[in-house]
Design a protein around this ligand. Structure first.
Ligand code: NAD
Length: 353
């Protein structure tokens, strides 16, 4: 076995159906007496229900979380934190809400209890992206890593089927790249394989029946493991391309991951035979990249950059930006081959591996 380094990140995880009932107990364990609940406006009603569950420990709801963690929203939330003398944060929602909670933790060191309702995985990472004056900057610091995560499958039942597929493929992307990242190691590969297998099995079932509790449980379990891969592992070409397409061309987060992943994997496949073996095993298919494309297509999720509004004439520019400050990648990054990759993604071609 080759030498390796594994970094485990501390987090307490409570997983299951109806686990939200343990929230007061979990806040006690964090010694939180005055919690502020965060959500998006769309999830305010459910978040209000959570606030009520907290009884005396819940001092307010701030339901203005939005995409890309804009600093002006964080500042408004900070004034509530100060005025209400808050000593803990409850983030209820997807990556946007969790991002707001992290932004407050970055400024205050307050403990965070997170209740994720998508599969994006921010709850398991020490990563925060913030936007100011249209510029998104990302940093990695343990200060933003949530202390406790309550995964309650019941809250994922309302995630619309197409969003479940795009969010699930976003999660799978974290695990796929952990299999061949610079710091890939056998422990994370175990989690990646298990996480991918669980999500790949569950997503088609969720497409058929979005309230299938068993499929939803498997998907959320898989999303958690994939999130650990993002938090403790590394990323490569796929995440670089998604960051470029999201950052420079404003393409939507989960949908961009959905479209790009099969093509980024096909690009790297010849150089990562061990990762491909694991994927074939996890996904029970000889053609993992094509199978990922099929999950998106069969789930009515986008399969082309064209459908996301990417201007075709900008594909070359996207390659230039990606090559300016590249991440580690197992296959050499060549401009011509990358342009072909993006052209295939633009057209929505099914990969052949
Ligand atoms: P999101 O949080 O933006 O949610 C999208 C919409 O879906 C929102 O309106 C939300 O209220 C709604 N929603 C969420 N869960 C729902 C549910 N169960 N039922 C019905 N509606 C629901 O989407 P996301 O994909 O989870 O997060 C994307 C953001 O997270 C991006 O900004 C991305 O950069 C960030 N992110 C960060 C990390 C990290 O480690 N820092 C990791 C992954 C994603």
């Amino acid at each position: 076995m080759d030498n390796f380094t594994y970094t485990g990140l501390p987090a307490r995880v409570v997983f299951g159906c109806g686990t939200i009932d343990q929230i007061a107990h979990e806040l006690n364990a964090l010694a939180v007496e005055r919690a502020l609940v965060f959500s998006t406006p769309q999830q305010a009603e459910q978040a209000q229900g959570i606030l009520e569950k907290l009884g005396k420990k819940g001092v307010g709801l701030f339901a203005e979380a939005t995409m890309h963690t804009p600093v002006d929203v964080t500042e408004r939330a900070m004034s509530h934190v100060v005025q209400l003398d808050v000593d803990g944060i409850v983030s209820f929602g997807g990556g946007s809400t969790i991002g707001l909670g992290k932004a407050i933790a970055l400024r205050t060191d307050l403990p965070q209890l997170v209740v994720p309702t998508t599969y994006a995985g921010s709850e398991m990472t020490p990563i925060i992206g913030q936007t100011e004056d249209g510029l998104k900057t990302t940093q990695k610091t343990r200060k933003v890593l949530p202390e406790t995560v309550i995964y309650d499958v019941n809250f994922t039942l309302s995630l619309p089927p197409v969003m479940s597929v795009t969010s699930g493929l976003n999660a799978i992307a974290h695990a796929v790249e952990a299999l061949y990242a610079e710091n890939a190691n056998p422990v994370l590969s175990l989690m990646a394989e298990e996480g991918i297998g669980a999500l790949v099995g569950a997503l088609p079932e969720i497409t058929k029946n979005p309230t299938d509790a068993d499929a939803r449980s498997k998907a959320l379990y898989g999303a958690w493991l994939c999130a650990v891969c993002l938090g403790s592992g590394g990323v490569a070409l796929h995440h670089k391309l998604c960051h470029v397409l999201g950052g420079s061309f404003n393409l939507p987060h989960a949908e961009t991951h959905t479209v790009v992943l099969p093509h980024a994997l096909a690009y790297n496949a010849p150089e990562v035979p061990d990762a491909m073996d694991r994927l074939r095993r996890a996904m029970n298919t000889e053609m993992p990249a094509a199978a990922l494309f099929d999950i998106a297509k069969n789930g009515d999720a986008p399969t082309s950059l064209q459908s996301l509004g990417m201007p075709q004439q900008e594909l070359g520019h996207a390659v230039e930006v990606a090559l300016k400050n590249p991440y580690f990648n197992p296959r050499r990054l060549e401009a011509g081959a990358l342009l072909t990759l993006l052209e295939h993604a633009f057209e929505g071609r099914r990969p052949s591996c």
